[in-house]
Design a protein around this ligand. Structure first.
Ligand code: SF4
Length: 334
């Protein structure tokens, strides 16, 4: 592990200024915020992340979970995954988020991992985590060892010739279906970024994963008010029942009235380079009678552009079945 300077921030402004130093001074070319540390510390030990300075933000007042004036929910950046998952309002009004969080990692990790850290979770591509192999995401221009290598776990949607890494998070899939907004404070002021605009597909620059700039600090995630009579569900398919990343997952937020789907939001995990919203599936679903034949057509639409690699062709059908089953459960007795 590379040596680094450790600092604690006592205010959001101070953290933003510390983070922004990465733009101004070469000796702080790589500043990282740390909270739960469940991703960053691992990657520092592996020499994948090599910050010059680590800024501890655990002392900032950003752990609140509270109802907003419009009836939505504000989840602080430092709210632990377990606190969010077990929060009564989340369980009642945003069940898809609770289910997604509880399907991820282990209880110990969920007690440490934060909302913002989960948003910034890095890929589990084995080549990204092993500095002995070429990886465009870790070292731009070095090549991609996964294309033609071990890619069973990797993405089939949103890939490029330079990177096929999947986004590993469950939380982010649920937040995408819920149309969350990410609140950011930075040197240029405050920003509200819809989650749909937050992540970047790899293209030719897989090292750029989101729109944040140096010094930008996620302060909270906001959820819109729950629409009346809306149901939600998260289904995760994986190699073992716990402590495993998704091969395919589906987050559904849906309103059915008299058997007809009025509104549907569909997001996929385990198959996309970013948390994958399927507007194609939503368009197939909305305005039509909820039944298995319709769900299958929606699943076909969601995966029509899939581009599997050498080992993950099975994910195409798996993801389709995942969508059908998640829709079936979320519309039962609706
Ligand atoms: Fe690196 Fe992406 Fe290729 Fe994995 S898929 S080796 S993360 S460039």
């Amino acid at each position: 592990m590379q040596t680094f300077e450790y600092r604690q921030s006592t205010s959001v402004d101070q953290a933003v200024q510390a983070g922004a130093r990465s733009k101004r001074a070469q000796q702080y070319a790589d500043v990282r915020f740390i909270a739960g540390g469940t991703t960053l510390v691992d990657l520092m030990k592996l020499d994948v992340e090599r910050p010059n300075q680590v800024v501890d933000i655990n002392g900032l007042p950003l752990a609140q979970i509270k109802t907003s004036a419009d009836g939505g929910l504000v989840i602080g950046a430092l709210a632990r995954n377990s606190a969010v998952a077990h929060h009564p309002v989340v369980q009642r009004d945003y069940a898809v988020l609770s289910l997604a969080l509880l399907s991820g990692a282990s209880p110990q990790l969920r007690n440490m991992a934060t909302t913002a850290g989960n948003l910034l979770q890095r890929t589990r591509c084995v080549y990204f985590r092993d500095t002995a192999h070429a990886c465009n995401k870790r070292e731009p221009g070095s090549g991609c060892s996964a294309i033609g290598g071990h890619n069973r776990m990797l993405a089939i949607l949103g890939t490029s010739k330079d990177c096929i890494a999947s986004n590993p998070s469950d939380q982010n899939v649920a937040l995408t279906a819920l149309e969350a907004t990410i609140q950011v404070q930075g040197v240029k002021g405050n920003q509200s970024i819809p989650i749909q605009d937050f992540y970047l597909k790899p293209g030719s620059t897989p090292n750029s994963e989101n729109v944040l700039e140096p010094g930008d600090l996620i302060v909270s995630v906001t959820l819109p008010p729950p629409a009346p009579d809306t149901r939600s569900h998260y289904l995760k398919l994986r190699d073992r029942a716990a402590y495993e990343f998704a091969l395919a997952s589906a987050a559904i937020v849906i309103k059915v009235n008299g058997g007809r789907i009025e509104r549907a939001r569909v997001a996929l995990g385990g198959v996309g380079t970013v948390p994958w919203r399927s507007r194609e599936a939503e368009q197939v679903l909305e305005g039509h009678t909820a039944d298995v034949a319709l769900f299958r057509r929606a699943a076909e639409a969601a995966l029509k552009d899939a581009q599997p690699a050498s080992e993950n062709g099975f994910k195409v059908e798996l993801a389709k079945r995942c969508i059908v089953q998640a829709l079936t459960v979320s519309t039962q007795s609706a």
